[in-house]
Design a protein around this ligand. Structure first.
Ligand code: ATP
Length: 302
């Protein structure tokens, strides 16, 4: 986060789920999950300017060339109160009783409804930036409480860095050591996204849940071949029933020399783990040349 004149600027990263298990449906209807997520070098940019009128407003646009949508409604960029960045700032203001307002500008690069957590990341960035700009001095745990009200992935983005998330996703346990930092990936978002709620609805919880522990061990040992073998997403079969793109991407990725590949979150983004940045760039260019629309060569970071 930095300040440029009267404006605060923060980069909001996307995430990948290297592991995703659905343990059970809880009494409140939410699924109990265990997931290992890492932030990646694909960012939205959020600008925050104090607004003396007390209003909270937003201007939200795609970065130049970033939207490859085929115009379906899931891909529409929510403006105003529907946008999670606005909801975050408004909720914080109401909870703390701040009088000031904010003029937000959000430049989107993270595809929407993609399993990359763009909306949640924007919300976490908005909380962090408002806390600074308004001089609220809320602690990390006070902000995390507000974050959990906005969405299950928001506390993860607020904490920063790779983490194992449990409960609805709001119980964040940072991965220490080298963890999932500095892994290289190719990420593809096909032209159609999927709604997280619909994918969860179609997913049957695990009878014999997989454990995240072997993956954590492989990460701490820096054994990326093993990391590739242990990528796992319980939601993938459900998403594949709902979108033909998952199987198409699975087949396309199987032809490449990835250490492992799989879907992120509730999809439809699909990613492959590469040995190094050069391989990620080379494969991303090849997949782009084959006509895929949103293709990114990215790196995870700590
Ligand atoms: P997750 O992996 O956390 O389930 P996702 O990557 O699949 O999320 P998002 O891009 O966060 O999905 O968008 C989910 C929905 O949230 C969108 O369909 C959109 O209507 C809404 N939304 C609200 N604010 C935003 C925002 N700032 N950016 C993207 N989507 C937003």
């Amino acid at each position: 986060m930095h300040r440029s004149g009267a404006q605060w600027v923060v980069q909001a990263p996307a995430k990948l789920n290297l592991f995703f298990e659905v343990l059970a449906k809880r009494d409140d209807g939410y699924p109990e999950i265990e997931t290992l997520m890492c932030p990646i070098t694909l960012y939205d940019t959020l600008y925050f300017r104090e607004e003396p009128s007390g209003q909270v407003s937003l201007k939200c646009d795609w970065a130049f060339g970033a939207s490859a949508s085929d115009g379906n409604e899931l891909d529409a960029l929510p403006q105003g109160r529907d946008n999670l960045a606005v909801r975050a700032v408004a909720l914080l203001r109401d909870r703390i009783g701040v009088r000031g307002g904010a003029a937000l500008r959000l430049v989107k690069r993270i595809p929407v409804a993609a399993g990359l957590g763009g909306g949640s990341s924007d919300a976490a960035a908005a909380l962090a930036i408002a806390n600074h700009a308004w001089g609220l001095r809320l602690s990390q745990s006070e902000l995390a409480e507000v974050a959990a009200q906005l969405g299950s992935d928001v506390p993860f983005f607020l904490a920063g860095g790779s983490a194992v998330c449990r409960g609805r996703g709001e119980r964040v346990e940072p991965v220490t050591g080298a963890g999932a930092g500095s892994l290289h990936f190719v990420v593809v978002r096909p032209p159609c996204g999927l709604s997280t709620a619909v994918v969860y609805g179609a997913c049957r919880p695990a009878r014999q849940p997989q454990s995240v522990v072997p993956l954590l061990r492989a990460l701490s040992q820096g054994n990326i071949d093993e990391v590739g073998r242990l990528l796992f997403n319980r939601l993938q079969p459900a998403a594949a029933e709902l979108s033909p793109w998952i199987e198409r991407l699975q087949n396309e990725f199987a032809r490449e020399d990835f250490l492992g590949h799989g879907m992120s979150g509730s999809g439809t983004s699909y990613f492959g783990l590469c040995r190094h940045a050069r391989q990620a760039r080379r494969v991303a260019n090849r997949i782009k040349a084959n006509g895929a629309c949103s293709v990114f060569a990215v790196r995870s970071y700590r």
